[in-house]
Design a binder for this molecule. Structure first.
Ligand SMILES: Nc1ncnc2c1ncn2[C@@H]1O[C@H](COP(=O)(O)OP(=O)(O)OP(=O)(O)O)[C@@H](O)[C@H]1O
Ligand SMILES: [Mg+2]
Length: 336
């Protein structure tokens, strides 16, 4: 989140040895009635890259706002970067905190409000009162990291969706945060733009940033996260583990509503299967192959998630596959 006001530094300096996030029994209720989170226990170490998965309304965005100290919890205890989040949300040491933790909202229009991209990216460092030379250096570095130097003098509202996302991330990166919280960074992007952004996010993680990325797109998860936390529809952590193990657990993914089961009828035979499993004519599921159309002809083949609600069904295989021709979680030069 960008800095809202210039606050004096307050309180004792946080201990750098403390883990990035430590949540115990966190509950969050909107307006006294709408329970968004109901007993979240979660620990995230500095330098980890975590994907946050969950069905619509499971509380991902709410959890990111709590991690960013925009709001404090309704119940439970929560520390972030060595600070009590309730105190940060009340304004204590918030200025310093937001230099360390930045949230990129799903909607880039919330983050971009200046006349040019450069002004938006400079906003945070200027709020910090840094000398102009340092502001310039921070802005140039953030623009270069997101590969949008050529867009610096454009008006944000004129940019494409993908360009806006990169500008929004740059506007947070210019503060030099150790922790980046990303809310559905690749939603509504075309495939090429999506994989360019995924690659940029991957590099931020390789550079040592702590990343927490909420997403519905399972195929990006192995690239941007080594660990996955799944929020269940009961608004608690349903699963937490290594990316490969979580994505290979089809039952879990169905239970969390991250892939869905289809009920099929083949004459008298009625059965259910996960959405990205293909069929023999005898109704037996067969191996999943990317890009093939469903022989039943009743829904598009795997890899067409964009037309199918964007829930990433194609990635629910033990070894999630990046785009064709791309090997071992790396990308062809065209994507670099
Ligand atoms: N401003 C708000 N006021 C009241 N209820 C809210 C508000 N924002 C979210 N909620 C509710 O809190 C719950 C969690 O919402 P949240 O946006 O955190 O879910 P999410 O996992 O990010 O969903 P999505 O995948 O659709 O982005 C939902 O039931 C939602 O209706
Ligand atoms: Mg959300």
């Amino acid at each position: 989140m960008l800095v809202e006001s210039h606050r004096p530094e307050e309180g004792p300096a946080p201990r750098a040895s403390e883990r990035a996030f430590d949540l115990h029994g966190i509950r969050f209720v909107y307006g006294r009635r709408q329970v968004a989170l109901d007993g979240i226990d979660l620990r995230i170490e500095r330098g980890e890259q975590v994907a946050l998965l969950g069905a619509n309304g499971s509380g991902k965005s709410t959890l990111l706002k709590l991690l960013d100290g925009i709001v404090g919890p309704t119940g439970g205890t929560m520390r972030a970067m060595g600070r009590d989040v309730t105190a940060v949300a009340a304004g204590q040491d918030a200025f310093r905190f937001h230099r360390e933790v930045g949230l990129v909202f799903q909607d880039p229009d919330i983050q971009l409000f200046s006349a040019t991209v450069r002004d938006d990216v400079a906003f945070g460092p200027l709020q910090l009162g840094l000398p102009l030379e340092e502001v310039r250096a921070a802005v140039d570095a953030a623009l270069a990291q997101m590969e949008i130097t050529h867009l610096a003098d454009r008006a944000p509202f004129e940019l494409s969706g993908g360009e806006k996302k990169r500008a929004a991330i740059a506007s947070v990166l210019s503060l030099g945060p150790d922790v980046l919280l990303l809310d559905e960074p690749t939603a509504a992007l075309d495939p090429r733009t999506k994989w360019v952004l995924v690659n940029l996010i991957r590099r931020l993680g390789e550079g040592g940033k702590t990343l927490v990325t909420a997403t519905h797109e399972l195929d990006i998860v192995p690239i941007i996260a080594k660990r996955v936390v799944v929020l269940g529809e009961d608004r608690r952590v349903l699963a937490d583990g290594p990316t490969d193990a979580i994505l290979a657990d089809r039952d879990l993914l169905i239970r969390a509503n991250l892939i869905h089961e289809h009920l099929h009828e083949h004459g008298a035979v009625r059965h259910a299967h996960a959405h990205d499993v293909e069929h023999h004519d005898d109704g037996e599921p067969m191996a999943e192959l990317p890009g093939r159309t469903h022989p039943d002809g009743d829904h598009p083949g795997v890899g067409q998630q964009g037309e199918h609600g964007g829930h990433g069904e194609r990635a629910a295989r033990p070894e999630p596959l990046p785009p064709a021709g791309v090997g071992d979680h790396d990308y062809p030069e065209a994507f670099e």
